[in-house]
Every structure is written in C-alpha cells, then in structure tokens.
Design a protein around this ligand. Structure first.
Ligand SMILES: Nc1ncnc2c1ncn2[C@@H]1O[C@H](COP(=O)(O)OP(=O)(O)OP(=O)(O)O)[C@@H](O)[C@H]1O
Ligand SMILES: [Mg+2]
Length: 465
C-alpha cells in the first residue's frame, strides 16, 4: 500500500473528509440563503422606491401636464443621488435626464416592467453601471425612464461571494487541524493498543493496556480489556497449576503402584505376595479413579449448568439426608453429628451438588477435625437458615480448624495442609465445594469456630435472571 493509500484508509482522514463535506454543505447553503433573502429584500425596496417616484411624477403630470414632468426630471437630474431619469422623443433622442447611454433596444423591451440594464451617466465619465429601470410611454410619443443604480446590490453580492470563499478555506483549514488532532491523539492510542496486544500475543501475559486516567472511551475500553486480560492470566495460571498438580499428584501414586508391583515380582515367587500386590494395586487404582472423578466433576460444574440442573429444593431436607447418611460413620468414629433445621428454606438449586458439598464438608470435619487420641469428642453441627433472601448453610466443627493464612488456599485444587499428609485424600474436596457454591452464584466463607472450623455458604434464593 502506498503512503497516500495508508493515510486515506485511516479513520481520522475519513472523519475529517466527512466533517469537511457536511460543514461545507451547511455553510454554502446558509450563505446562499442569506444572500438570496437579502437580495430579494433589496430588490423589493428598489422597486418600491422607483414606483413611488413614478407615482409622484404621474401626479405632477396630471396637474401640470408634460411640461411639469419635464421640469421635475430636469431638476432632479442635476441633484446627486442614486436615482436615474431619462426622457427621449419618439426617435430616441435624449431630451433630458442624467443618463447618456442606454441599450438600443431598451424601448422595445419597455413592456416588461422593471428590468435590469447597463447604463452610463452623463455627469462624469465612469464605467458602465447596472440599473433597475422602468420605462413608460408618455403622451405624444415620448419615452420616460425612471430607475435606480444597483451597484450596492452588486457589491453586496461580491462580499457574499468572498465570504463564501473564505468560509470554505476556513473549513478546509479546520478539517486539516481536526484531522491532525484526531490522527495524533486517537490513532496514536489505537496504535498503542495494537502494539500492546501484539506483545501480549507474543507471550507477555503480564502486560496491560495503557490507561491515561482521563476516563474517556479509550480508558474505558482499556480498563475492560485489562480486566479481561487479568481474568485470562488468572485462568491460565490456574490451568498451569492444575496441570502441574495433576502431573505431580498422579505421578506419586502411579510410581508407588509401579514400585509395589515391581518389588512383588522381584521377590521370590509366592501366591501370597502376588495377591497382596494385586490388592494394593486395586486400592491405589481406586484412589486414582476417585481423583479423576472429582476432577471431572469439578470441571463439569465449572462448565455451567446443564438443562434442568436446577429444581425447587428444600435445604433442610438435604441437610437431614446427609446427616442420616453420615450417622453410621460418625457413630463409628465417636463423632457427634447434629442437624439444625428450624424452618424450611426453599430455593432453586441442584440437590445432588448441594448434598455432595455438604458430604465433603462433613468428611473433612471427621477426617481433619481432631488428631487421633485427642482428649475431647468431635462435634459437628450442620444448620440452615434464611437471611436477607439467601440460604445460609453452615457446617461447623470443634476440631483444630484451619489457620487464617491457609483459609483461602485450601479452596484451591490439590491443596492439602501439612498436618493432613498422613490421611488419605487428594485435596479436591473443598475445591468441589467451592465449585458447587459458584455454580449457585453463592459465596463461601471459612471462619474460626473457636475452636474448630466453620464453613458458611450463602446462596441467593431468588435465582439471578
Ligand atoms: N474441618 C477441617 N478441620 C481442619 N482442617 C481441615 C478441615 N477441612 C479441611 N481441612 C484442611 O484443608 C485441606 C483441604 O481439604 P480438602 O477437602 O480440599 O482436601 P482433603 O480433605 O485433604 O482431600 P479430599 O477431600 O480430596 O479427600 C485438608 O487437607 C485439611 O488440611
Ligand atoms: Mg476433604
């Protein structure tokens, strides 16, 4: 593309051309209208003056005859002014008046009312002027002409013409200036956006678009694009962490599995050893499958709600069901499990997912709540309540709790605290709870139950439309 072609294709150039054309059309139309209306006004004034004069002369003709008209014209011709007079005889010979030259065919055109003709004054040799005249036939074959110079009007027309040329010149100037500014200020920023996005595409995800702080359209655009970039970066980092974690967390059990089989094969052949190796292989595989299932479930929940995912549910009933389900385990572990559901709370939600989330929280409390051999009994309280149009689901235990610094972290995938290394698990339980909460547009809060952990989930009862 040539340099000129590049310039012509810019928005700034197109905008400037559009401005220029629109303004020019308006300016020309305005000036033309102004000159037209002024012209008509001047012309009608001229005509009226001439008509008044003729009426005056006719009046004199009636009272004093031709002689009076001749005399008056003779007199007026010698006084200065813009009025023009002429009286000729039948042959066109000038008898009196202040005009020395008129077009030869003037008297043949005399029936046309007021006409514009060139003339020459007899006082002083000036250039030819234009006049508006009325020609009348007097008794006895005489011709009389009364008129007025229209030089003023011509001058006015010239002024308007000049003004028009200046206006258009000014507009071209303004268009150039606006083009300059638009291209300098606007296109520069667009170029910077383009340059930054190229750099981001090249792999520098930490880069952000420039925000000048003026709050203009570009700032707003840059802000939302930056927010988008922030989100993308966050997701990418998360994705990277997840894949790192998956690689790491699955590598360990897979290596363990392989090593066990290998050592069983390396020892002396015995059915017993083989059987034990196979059993532990199945157990390890089951755990792997569980981890995969949990990961898949989280991914599926995060992908969004499938058709018919939400039904009308009563939260209290779900809590009581989960409590019933965990009752045998709790009893076996010597854990007190209580469900507090004072009044029904009905909302649109997914029963299975809510149940799964509650189950994960109870599972955690039982598993991580108290270390083996603790001197007190673990007590878990599940409760439902309605508060400000939201369902409040709480699972609280009186165990060791989670230090404040770790509360946000444990919601992430594969995060397990140091103290839990000895227990089985993949660190996906709370991630799933978090995904379920997000799925329901809710919030989750981990707090100190003094002692223990209290997890509070708040879900809006009226679904957001
Ligand atoms: N009620 C609790 N009391 C004390 N610590 C807890 C409690 N719940 C969770 N934690 C801590 O948070 C960590 C993350 O919990 P999460 O449920 O995500 O994983 P997990 O229970 O270790 O494994 P999984 O649930 O996948 O079997 C746990 O490893 C534990 O250290
Ligand atoms: Mg768990």
């Amino acid at each position: 593309m040539t340099a000129l072609g590049k310039v012509v294709r810019t928005t700034a150039f197109k905008l400037s051309v559009i401005y220029f054309v629109v303004f020019s059309v308006f300016a020309v139309a305005f000036v033309l209208y102004l000159s037209w209306s002024t012209n008509t006004l001047l012309e009608s004034q001229l005509k009226e003056t001439i008509e008044t004069e003729i009426r005056g002369l006719a009046e004199q003709g009636r009272s004093g005859g031709l002689a009076a008209i001749f005399q008056t014209i003779e007199q007026r011709s010698h006084s200065p002014g813009a009025s023009l007079y002429l009286i000729t005889d039948v042959n066109g010979r000038i008898l009196t008046g202040n005009i020395s030259q008129v077009p030869a065919d003037l008297f043949e055109r005399s029936g046309m009312g007021m006409i514009t003709v060139p003339y020459e004054r007899n006082l002083g040799e000036g250039p030819r002027h234009l006049a508006m005249v009325q020609v009348l036939r007097l008794p006895g074959g005489f011709w009389m002409l009364v008129g007025r110079d229209i030089g003023e009007r011509e001058e006015f027309r010239q002024i308007i013409g000049r003004a028009l040329i200046w206006a258009v010149a000014l507009l071209i100037g303004l268009a150039l200036v606006s083009w300059f500014f638009v291209s300098r200020r606007v296109l520069k920023r667009i170029d910077s956006v383009a340059a930054t996005s190229r750099r981001i595409m090249a792999g520098d995800l930490t880069r952000r678009l420039e925000v000048t702080g003026t709050g203009d359209e570009f700032d707003r655009l840059a802000n939302s694009l930056n927010a988008m970039l922030e989100r993308i970066e966050h997701l990418l980092v998360q994705l990277r962490n997840v894949s790192d974690n998956i690689a790491h967390d699955l590598k360990t059990p897979l290596t363990r599995l392989r090593n066990r089989v290998e050592s069983a094969l390396a020892g002396p052949p015995s059915d017993e050893t083989y059987r034990a190796a196979l059993v532990s292989t199945i157990e390890e595989s089951d755990r792997l499958i569980q981890t995969f299932n949990a990961l898949l479930m989280i991914a599926r929940i995060e992908a969004g709600p499938p058709e018919g995912a939400m039904t009308e549910v009563e939260a209290g009933a779900i809590v009581r069901d989960v409590a019933e389900l965990y009752e045998p385990v709790a009893e076996e572990q010597g854990v007190e499990l209580e469900a507090v559901t004072p009044e029904p709370v009905t909302l649109m939600a997914n029963r299975e997912l809510l149940g799964q989330a509650l189950a994960n929280l109870i599972d955690n409390a039982i598993k991580h709540g108290l270390p083996a051999g603790a001197d007190r009994q673990l007590r878990i309280v599940m409760s439902t309540a309605e508060e400000h149009g939201r369902l409040v689901l709480r699972v609280a235990d009186n165990g060791v709790g989670i230090p404040e610094a770790d509360r946000a972290r444990v919601l992430e995938r594969f995060v397990r605290l140091e103290k839990s290394r000895s227990t089985a698990g993949s660190g996906l339980g709370l991630s799933l709870v978090n995904a379920v909460v997000a799925f329901h547009n809710g919030t989750i809060e981990l707090a100190d139950n003094a002692p223990g952990l209290s997890v509070t989930i708040r879900i809006p009862i009226a679904p957001e439309t």
